[in-house]
Design a protein around this ligand. Structure first.
Ligand code: CP3
Length: 346
């Protein structure tokens, strides 16, 4: 079979296993979002919560990157903070970033911080519908926040630059923090398994988006230990489904990410891919600087620089090094997809 006859699902599966393909698969972190006028049109008609919880609306958002960018991988539209509501917290999405009402910061709050077991959550219904609509052509990803990243957002309450609340709690009440992380670990495992068993996700991604705020020792004790458990327990239930872990600050924690057992390590834009390859044999994902999406003309040279000294022929999923921003240009995202597809000819 000529390599160009690979379906998107086959290319994804081969790449995850580190085998050679015609070209890498490409998708964009936070690919359905406010940089797209079509997404803004959906947001005028529906609340963010509807976009996450109503399968029809969620699937409409999930399909925008297929229709507008021709990416190879779809991710179900949702948000990492939604499962916190199922644990007992109140999450609001007022527009300027999500907010947790009355953030859990003491033992008394454990009553609204209960481990949740999922069987068929709304995200699974959305995944089923998305697979129905795409005729199984696309690998569709489910996702969750890592226990530590979810705890960070929960305890801070709203986006904060220095995360003083969670850092302080870790220093003063480590046992409380570990109890919350254990509950989150149970919740995240069950949420990911449901997305595969009930939703049919072809892979899952865990977002360790707050990893970069911790020194190595705390990263191991409070983040990696739990992400490693999530992956081990997920594997017991879903041994054939690949897992990707994204971490900010990958340059400092790539070996820790590797030790989680994830199949794919998704790295931020500050770690050169060639260096990442010297430090891990696992499939890599990333890592163009999201700011390059501000300028379509900048995409091709930045793409070339990203691949300097890096063998893209195996074990690489092309992506950004973090989420695309509302200021990004759709044309720049298209050019990134084009750059990846042109690799097949060369
Ligand atoms: O196509 C996709 O990939 C979109 C699905 C998606 C969203 N959030 C939608 C969203 C995914 C995969 C996420 C993950 C997510 N959510 C992360 C991990 C990735 C990362 O960026 O590090 C985190 C930390 C969150 C929490 C969150 N949700 C924040 C910090 C914000 C506000 C920041 C922002 O981008 O506005 C959200 C809201 C959110 N989640 C929006 C979208 C499209 C914007 C809300 C809106 O439309 O009003």
């Amino acid at each position: 079979m000529p390599a160009s006859a690979l379906s998107r699902r086959e290319r994804f599966a081969l790449t995850v296993r580190g085998e050679e393909t015609d070209r890498p698969p490409v998708w964009i972190m936070r690919q359905a979002g406010r940089y797209m006028p079509e997404y803004m049109a959906l947001r005028e008609r529906y609340s963010f919560r509807d976009l996450c919880l109503n399968p029809e609306v969620s699937v409409a958002a999930s399909l925008l990157p297929r229709d507008l960018l021709d990416v190879d991988i779809l991710i179900i539209f949702n948000d990492i903070l939604i499962p916190l509501e199922e644990m007992g917290l109140t999450v609001e999405f007022p527009g300027g970033g999500p907010e947790i009402v009355d953030p859990p910061r003491d033992e008394a709050a454990l009553g609204r911080f209960r481990a949740k077991k999922f069987h068929d959550p709304p995200v699974a219904a959305s995944l089923r519908l998305l697979r129905e609509r795409t005729g199984d052509e696309f690998p569709v990803l489910g996702f969750a926040g890592s226990p530590f990243t979810l705890l960070g957002y929960a305890v801070e309450g709203k986006m904060s630059r220095h995360a003083h609340e969670i850092r302080g709690l870790m220093l003063e009440r480590p046992e409380l923090v570990h109890e919350m992380l254990r509950r989150l670990t149970d919740t995240v495992v069950s949420y990911l398994v449901a997305q595969v068993e009930a939703g049919g996700a072809a892979g899952v991604q865990i977002f360790e988006s707050l990893g970069h705020i911790l020194p190595a020792w705390e990263y191991e004790q409070f983040a990696t230990v739990y992400t490693r458990q999530v992956i081990a327990r997920f594997r017991e239930a879903c041994p054939d489904t690949p897992v990707a872990v994204y971490s900010r600050g990958a340059a400092a924690c790539l070996e820790a990410m590797d030790s989680t057992g994830a199949d794919v390590l998704s790295v931020d834009w500050q770690l050169p891919l060639a260096e990442a390859r010297r430090r891990t044999a696992r499939t890599l994902q990333g890592n163009l600087d999201p700011m390059v999406m501000l300028s379509p003309e900048a995409v091709e040279p930045a793409f070339e620089r990203m691949l300097d000294g890096f063998d893209w022929r195996r074990g690489w999923i092309a992506n950004l090094g973090h989420g695309i921003t509302p200021q990004a240009k759709v044309e720049a995202a298209r050019r990134l997809v084009d750059c990846v597809k042109r690799l097949a000819g060369g």
